[in-house]
Ligand binder design. Structure first.
Ligand SMILES: [Zn+2]
Length: 311
């Protein structure tokens, strides 16, 4: 290939990738009506290719006049009338700014069998009491992100989606030892919609829903600590209790509890929280998050909080 043509193509490809990354995470569309037509172009003259319903949730690719282009799934996009949707700036901006979809994923084997075995050896939870508060409770654990949504990317290249799954699996094993019924919204590396995650708790009439996340602020690499988010005023005490117990168990910095409109808690009719359990953009914290000892402490803190709450 002619060298200048090659350079031209290369630049062209680079520009396309950059613009996709920027637009994809600009905002999110929440559908306000049922049976809303999705069309293959920005206008009613275009064919209907699908329908979406109230509280469905999509990434916005672009807004053109009165029409919004959304990502229906991995390979399909479509247009919906702007008047029937609420557009929200991405709430998890800190995660999503770092989600570069077009890069080859860095392999991270943190949930492999060997790690699981090591984890079991690290179990130090005090399981002596049989009158614990979680027995027979239905608890939904939601490992944030998954599949094509890798979440935040750590300073060493690790993915938030892998850390959240690991934490969820550890929590599940502990909680089951205590007699809880634990449901994971995902137990492998798969993509799930935010509304689908909340639906699990609603459908199962869960006693508790906890969404697990890790934070990232590459512009502030020293940022660290834990924060807990609730949506309903009803869940404020739950947030306080769990935040407090995580701090005791892990000695991490307290970034407080906050009332915030995250979709997984806003659409949840059950007691629900979203936890941000540390910063992957902080080298020390990222390394810590990958250690079994830390994961074990974290799980103990969260469970201790759950127990206090249920008592
Ligand atoms: Zn996240």
């Amino acid at each position: 290939m002619n060298k200048s043509l090659f350079t031209f193509l290369f630049l062209g490809i680079t520009i396309v990738i950059l613009s996709i990354t920027t637009i994809v995470y600009a905002s999110e569309a929440i559908i306000n009506v049922n049976n809303l037509n999705v069309r293959n172009g920005p206008g009613t003259e275009f064919d209907t290719i699908s329908q979406v319903n109230q509280e469905d949730y999509f990434q916005v690719l672009r807004v053109q006049g009165d029409w919004v282009e959304i990502e229906l799934d991995n390979s399909t996009t479509g247009w919906i009338a702007k008047q029937f949707v609420t557009l929200e700036e991405a709430k998890e901006e800190e995660d999503q700014l770092n989600t570069i979809k077009d890069e080859e994923p860095v392999k991270n084997d943190s949930s492999g069998a060997t790690n699981q075995e090591a984890l079991q050896n690290d179990l130090t939870l005090d399981l002596r009491h049989d009158n614990n508060g979680v027995k027979s409770k239905v608890i939904v654990i939601d490992p944030g992100h998954g599949g094509r949504d890798v979440g935040a990317i750590g300073i060493s290249g690790s993915f938030e989606k892998d850390h959240t799954l690991k934490t969820a699996l550890v929590l599940k094993s502990y909680l089951e030892l205590l007699g809880a019924e634990v449901i994971l919204t995902r137990d492998s590396d798969q993509y799930l919609s935010l509304s689908g995650r909340a639906s699990v708790a609603n459908n199962k009439m869960a006693d508790l829903f906890i969404s697990i996340h890790y934070n990232s602020t590459p512009q502030y690499p020293t940022a660290s600590g834990v924060s807990t988010y609730y949506y309903s005023e009803r869940d404020k005490l739950l947030a306080e209790t769990i935040q407090q117990e995580i701090l005791v168990s892990t000695s991490m910095e307290d970034r407080g509890i906050h009332q915030e409109s995250y979709q997984v808690t806003r659409m949840n009719h059950r007691p629900s929280l979203l936890l941000e359990l540390g910063f992957l953009s902080n080298p020390e914290q990222e390394e810590n998050i990958q250690s079994n000892v830390f994961q074990s402490k974290l799980a103990q803190g969260i469970i201790s909080g759950i127990e206090h709450y249920f008592r």
